[in-house]
Design a protein around this ligand. Structure first.
Ligand code: 13P
Ligand code: SF4
Length: 396
């Protein structure tokens, strides 16, 4: 097993508005110490002072979905892929404070050197998508594939948004991690494995845990048909699939999704197009297939930022991704009309768990020499997860 002693591998529900598919809260953990009150007017100054006192001792990574109050203290901001690379490239800092969610901090721990310690300011910052594939479920799925006689044809590919033990499973079975920036390249690599005759695999991919990223990449970028894809439901015997479906499918999609991006609908796109003539629809590939089909531009958070940076003044954009990022982009580009694609509030509530009080508490604790909320993946899990992560970082 992976993870910290303080928490298990499951996270809190995600949306401020809630969602029927979000797992129930299973750990009421926040932080063991005294948090400064959110009303403390000195919080920004305290964060600044603690960070300055730590100097080169600390490196702060911030995912694009983080709150503004937190992201201002990040040494580097990025999408999951960029942050994984940045974590791997900073062996100097003994402390890495990860402003993001649990699976990202685990990946940072795996990719950083042994003397570095990774801190997640709030241990309740999980990811409901990552929780939708547990290690036991994935092992059971693999046994089903073995029973069906097809396991040797399958390369597992897991989205970064999965726990370290799922990444380790994938590493042990000759697969690769991907992010939304490189899913196409990871899938090309996985399918080419069989063709190159490098010891089997490659005829089929088991894609974990985000069915939408897997389907969108296979169909829209690789020319697969929807019939080439089947959905494996871990809550049904044999994943709810027949022997023929296993045999004929090229893409076995795990039944998981992002509770934030899954909220965008074709109706929200239609509504936006009706209300704003000439609007460009820009969405993340974690959105549902019918939404992505209607979009003008599709890409990771880093892609979304670059696209809006390059957009002409006066152009209109409806963006389907997390609200902190969309708001920040709208503020950064007052000359462009940047809107949120959905009418309802859609923060990722676990990303939002990392707030200024938690950041101040983490930094001040580190400045006193006390490492709090350390994320530490056990050695064996880290070894195999790193195999799959290194394979991703080596993708052409
Ligand atoms: P990227 O950072 O890969 O764009 O993924 C978005 C996301 O949902 C992270 O949790
Ligand atoms: Fe998980 Fe979606 Fe939140 Fe990303 S935005 S951390 S995938 S729930």
């Amino acid at each position: 097993m992976t993870t910290t002693p303080e928490i298990g591998a499951r996270s809190l529900p995600l949306l401020l508005l809630g969602s029927e598919s979000d797992p129930a809260s299973e750990r009421g953990v926040a932080c063991p110490g005294e948090l400064p009150p959110a009303s403390d007017p000195e919080l920004v100054e305290r964060a600044r002072a603690a960070k300055a006192a730590l100097g080169d001792q600390v490196f702060v990574l911030g995912h694009h979905y983080q709150r503004d109050e937190v992201i201002q203290f990040a040494d580097v901001t990025g999408d999951s892929f960029k942050l994984a690379r940045e974590a791997a490239a900073r062996p100097q800092a003994p402390y890495v404070v990860f402003c993001g969610v649990h699976f990202m901090a685990e990946s940072a721990d795996i990719l950083t050197a042994g003397h570095q310690q990774v801190v997640l300011p709030d241990l309740a910052a999980g990811c409901s998508m990552a929780d939708m594939a547990t290690f036991d479920q994935v092992e059971e799925c693999w046994e089903v594939l073995e029973d069906m006689g097809i396991a040797d044809d399958v390369v597992p590919v897991t989205y970064m948004n999965s726990s370290a033990d799922i990444k380790a499973f994938v590493g042990r079975h000759g697969g690769v991690v991907c992010t939304s920036s490189n899913a196409r390249r990871a899938l090309d690599w996985a399918y080419a494995k069989g063709e190159a005759g490098s010891g089997g695999g490659g005829k089929k991919v088991l894609f974990l845990p985000d069915q939408h990223l897997g389907r969108n990449t296979a169909v829209l970028e690789m020319g697969f048909s929807l019939d080439d894809c089947v959905v494996y439901n871990p809550h049904r015997p044999d994943g709810g699939l027949t022997r023929e479906q296993f045999r004929d499918a090229r893409m076995l999609l795990w039944r998981g999704h992002c509770s934030v991006h899954g909220r965008f609908s074709k109706a929200s796109v239609d509504d936006m197009r009706a209300r704003v003539p000439g609007v460009n629809i820009l969405v993340h590939p974690e959105c549902r297939h019918e939404v992505v089909l209607e979009a003008d531009y599709i890409g990771s958070t880093e892609y979304i930022i670059k696209t809006l940076d390059a957009a002409p003044a006066g152009s209109s954009w409806a963006v389907g991704t997390e609200l902190n990022l969309v708001r920040r982009l709208a503020n950064a580009h007052p000359d462009k009309n940047i809107m949120f694609l959905d009418k309802t509030v859609c923060f990722c509530s676990t990303m939002n768990r990392i707030d200024l009080p938690h950041l101040v508490w983490s930094l001040e604790s580190l400045a006193r020499g006390e490492v709090v909320n350390r994320i530490q993946v056990d050695e064996e899990t880290a070894h195999y997860a790193k195999v799959a992560l290194d394979q991703m970082l080596a993708l052409p």
